[in-house]
Design a protein around this ligand. Structure first.
Ligand code: PA5
Length: 446
């Protein structure tokens, strides 16, 4: 089971920059209200809590077909529809495309260079395309789908639809309509599932199965942490404690940057996934915490100086791995050179763990706060726990802040301008706004 060690957040350990037990106790009423909203299911978007208990038969069936008849698996999606699958791929199957089939491509942008390269590298006759879009209308995903549809039609004609899977709302949206009309395979993202909370739905589970991992293990991990995250006691519930501490650090100490630093390359994208969840859910009404995705030990040599001696506006969240599942002993290559020989005989896992612990200690010595999530191993089971833990923690934090963590009104404005510029019906006024703004920009250019 993953564990949260929050000693280095506490006043008893790091001094006055830490949080006292009394301050946590004072938060009890707010915590109670947040807890009630969750257990009483006050929001329909809390449906993500049910995902660990869902059946995976349909997902397994489609994944088996993909593994059987595809050399490539191409995901088209963006934001919550792409980051979860990306995090699963990188955590469970690093360097996947160099050694395994089907190769996986996740196209989560509209950069023409990337898509051109993907098209050049893949034989479409042996490619399955999974379009992931809850709304079924996101411009980036729609554009990529239209291109792939056209290309697939050129090579397969009327059989093109057989190479597509639509992962989308089960009842509404343009993608659902196209999927039905063309008899594509489909997987549901239910109405109550918000994109960034969808990793344990078919959005993440299909990819998990396609790359040869058991999605039931992901869900089993999530179910086990689910119980802990519902314990009705602050001092025993890791998600509530994580949220309460970061909430106090932001609201009372102005520490509004949260660095997420896993000590593993395989969890780089998990940290990217967390950043979207944290930022898009909590950045509202002038509040929020800026998540910063990082990786250890690499960023010790790029960011650590700032965290140690820069502005006092951060909380560092370490992710420490117990068992890397692989190891290498550093050989006695240069026994006479003291600057190197001290490393001989030690394992790489020893070195990375020593660096993590040393960095925790060094930060604590400056009396700056940090927490550590301890992960027994990077496997399907514990990955499920991490995902579900962070989803719980984000929700609790949103409720402590008194905001709706499930919407993203700020994202809509930019989308509407794009619709206007691309000529979507009903958005003409947005186009004129863009043109007026362009005039202003002309004067201030060097
Ligand atoms: O978390 C979210 O809701 C967003 O990041 C969405 O996932 C993203 O905008 C893509 O939306 P959709 O799945 O509707 O294409």
């Amino acid at each position: 089971m993953i564990e949260l060690n929050f000693s280095n957040m506490m006043e008893e350990v790091i001094g006055v920059k830490g949080i006292s037990e009394r301050r946590l106790e004072n938060l009890r009423d707010k915590i109670e209200s947040a807890y009630k909203q969750i257990v009483q299911r006050k929001w329909k978007e809390l449906e993500f809590l049910d995902l660990p208990f869902r059946d995976t038969a349909q997902i397994k069936k489609i994944a088996a077909e993909v593994r059987d008849d595809s050399d490539n698996f191409l995901i088209l999606g963006i934001g919550g529809s792409a980051l979860g699958p990306g995090a699963i791929l990188e955590a469970l199957s690093p360097l996947h495309n160099l050694q395994k089939s089907p190769k996986v491509f996740i196209y989560d942008n509209v950069d023409p260079r990337t898509l051109k390269q993907i098209l050049e590298l893949t034989d479409l006759k042996k490619t399955t395309v999974n379009i992931i879009s809850k709304s079924g209308s996101t411009a980036e995903t729609a554009a990529a789908f239209m291109i792939l549809w056209d290309e697939m039609k050129k090579v397969l004609g009327d059989d093109a639809a057989k190479r597509f899977i639509a992962t989308t709302d089960p009842y509404s949206g343009s993608l659902r309509r196209i999927a039905m009309e063309n008899k594509m395979r489909t997987l549901p993202i239910n109405e109550g599932i918000v994109g960034r909370f969808s990793v344990l739905s078919p959005v993440g589970l299909l990819l998990c199965e396609v790359i040869g991992f058991d999605s039931d293990e992901l869900l089993r991990g999530a179910r086990d942490i689910h119980e802990k995250c519902l314990i009705h006691e602050l001092w025993q519930n890791p998600a509530v404690m994580f949220s309460a501490l970061l909430y106090l650090m932001e609201s009372e100490e102005k520490r509004n940057i949260n660095v997420m630093i896993p000590y593993s390359d395989s969890l780089k994208l998990l940290s990217g996934w967390f950043c979207q969840l944290w930022a898009e859910s909590l950045g509202k009404l002038g509040m929020g915490m800026t998540p910063y995705p990082s990786v250890g030990t690499t960023d010790q040599h790029s960011q650590l100086q700032l965290w140690m001696e820069g502005p006092e506006d951060k909380v560092i969240v370490f992710i420490r791995i117990d068992d890397y599942g692989a190891d290498i002993t550093i050989p006695a290559s240069f026994p006479d050179i003291e600057g190197m020989s001290y490393l001989s005989g030690h394992k790489l896992s020893e070195l990375i763990k020593a660096e993590e612990e040393s960095t925790e200690l060094a930060i604590a010595k400056t009396e700056r706060p940090s927490m550590t999530i301890q992960v027994p191993a990077i496997d399907t089971y514990h990955l499920g726990q991490l995902f579900h833990f962070f989803e719980f923690a984000t929700t609790y934090t949103g409720f402590l802040m008194g905001i709706n963590p499930f919407n993203q009104p700020g994202v809509e404005e930019g989308k509407n301008f794009t619709y206007g510029m691309m000529g979507k019906k009903g958005f003409a006024s947005r186009k004129s706004e863009v043109e007026t703004a362009r005039q202003k920009k002309v004067c201030w250019k060097i």
